[in-house]
Design a protein around this ligand. Sequence first.
Ligand code: NAD
Ligand code: GLY
Length: 375
Amino acid sequence: MSTLPAVRTVRVELEDRGYDILVGPGLIASAGAHLKPLLRRARVAIVTDETVAGIHLPALEASLDAQGIRHDVIILPAGETTKRFAELQRVAEWLLEIGIERGDLVIALGGGVIGDLTGFAASIVRRGVDFAQIPTTLLSQVDSSVGGKTGINTAQGKNLIGAFYQPRLVLADTGALETLPMRELMAGYAEVVKYGLINDRPFFDWLEANLDAIKEGDVAARTHAIVKSCEAKAHIVAMDERESNVRALLNLGHTFGHALEAATGFSQRLVHGEGVAVGMALAFDLSVKLGLCPGQDALRVHRHLERAGLPNRLADVAGPLPDADGLIALMGQDKKVVDGKLTFILARGIGEAFITRDVEPDALRELLSQREAAL
Ligand code: NAD
Ligand code: GLY
């Protein structure tokens, strides 16, 4: 009988708000034991979605039962449209109704949608109750469960209402990925690629060599990718928790991506990680257009995303899209807009991303007018 790989720990160093991210197999089944030391009393609330509830909730509940921890559960619809005011109100009022007090803990069991919504609800209920993340998608394990960005979408755009609110613990159970559809796995993989593109060319090289292993379920490769991603994010968050400067690098591809998500109605036409994939490729194309980045590097980015089965050109997005000016208007809702000027994350090459506000509007318009080959 083969033994399970060891659980790895990544620390997010944030003084009194610091916490551990545990990465490894069996963490949902052992969650009760990991959470118990954090509890003021033996009760928690769980927020999850319909899909995850049907697969992973029983193991979490059994692990809480085994530790004598009482638990109430609310199950929300799955999907991006759950990140809205109506569901936030439902969760917040439910937490009050079941008597969750200051010092009690709320568990987010699910992907980034559940994590973002639950974290935000936890931040406002009784002016802040504790919460823990049990991310079940690759995207949430490598990105959204770490760093304390929480929030919801509005008609005006993505994540425009929210708070910085750190979890007490993150349990990233690699076993949860075994039930994740390949499309969602690869959408999360886009965020893994992001860390290589920002400042770690050797990691991008490693991903090029290990993409197939990650896709095929190699646990060691997946664990390495998750741990490296969490380490990269934890390092940046520790330097700039509230995104005054370097944290903006983590938004590589997101200004384009969020505009495309809005343009496609936050629907299955383009899930978040896919929007990020197209956005990162566009950021590299724009960097080439502005004479900042070698074309070869942008080509490598396109080829790698293509191999992962990820969209990487506007033409890859199913259905009609607004024209260039329409997309630029959607980009204008970005949280990084300062004095009406967009902030861009561009690159001088793979692993050399930087933040700038100096982008010629004409170059951007031209880029977004090209729907087919962007290079
Ligand atoms: P998601 O939460 O919608 O999950 C994707 C789908 O997978 C859902 O249908 C879900 O029910 C299903 N699912 C989840 N775990 C599963 C499992 N183990 N097996 C089978 N199905 C499973 O989407 P996501 O990609 O995890 O997260 C996207 C969200 O994260 C976006 O709203 C994005 O804005 C947000 N995000 C936030 C941050 C942050 O820093 N807070 C960072 C990146 C992304
Ligand atoms: N996903 C971007 C951030 O957490 O800052």
